[in-house]
Design a binder for this molecule. Structure first.
Ligand SMILES: [Zn+2]
Length: 123
């Protein structure tokens, strides 16, 4: 599936989750409908990690159409770390990072190899 967009309310929720978790990270998995990222799946045990976000994949409910991940960077740097890129490669094709101060433009989307990907924001 080619993922080219994210729903505006989904993006706003990710930014709010970053704000609420700050100064800790949150991590979640994303699913999509018709190529549009529309759902956030919180994974038990993935919240509040101090280092890079880690999702325990044995906790992912079966049947979820996971297309990627989202996590926050409390340091405000919207760029994947080396650990992020290792994690991206096993968890889908689109990876969103939100960063402090979690405003409308404080996010980025990346391919599994860490290359920025343009995502449209749709109502
Ligand atoms: Zn990260």
């Amino acid at each position: 599936m080619n993922i080219s967009a994210i729903q505006k309310d989904t993006l706003e929720l990710l930014l709010a989750m970053g704000r609420e978790s700050h100064p800790r990270e949150f991590a979640a998995l994303l699913s999509a409908k018709s190529g549009i990222i529309s759902d956030i799946n919180l994974i038990p045990g993935s919240i509040g990690g101090k280092a890079s976000a880690q999702v325990p994949f044995d906790m992912v409910p079966l049947g979820m159409n996971i297309i990627g991940s989202a996590h926050s960077h409390p340091n405000g740097i919207i760029r994947p770390s080396d650990a992020d890129i290792r994690f991206f490669s096993v968890s889908g094709s689109r990876h969103i990072i939100v960063g402090d101060p979690y405003g409308p433009d404080d996010w980025g989307c990346f391919s599994p190899d860490g290359i920025p990907v343009r995502l449209k924001v749709v109502p």
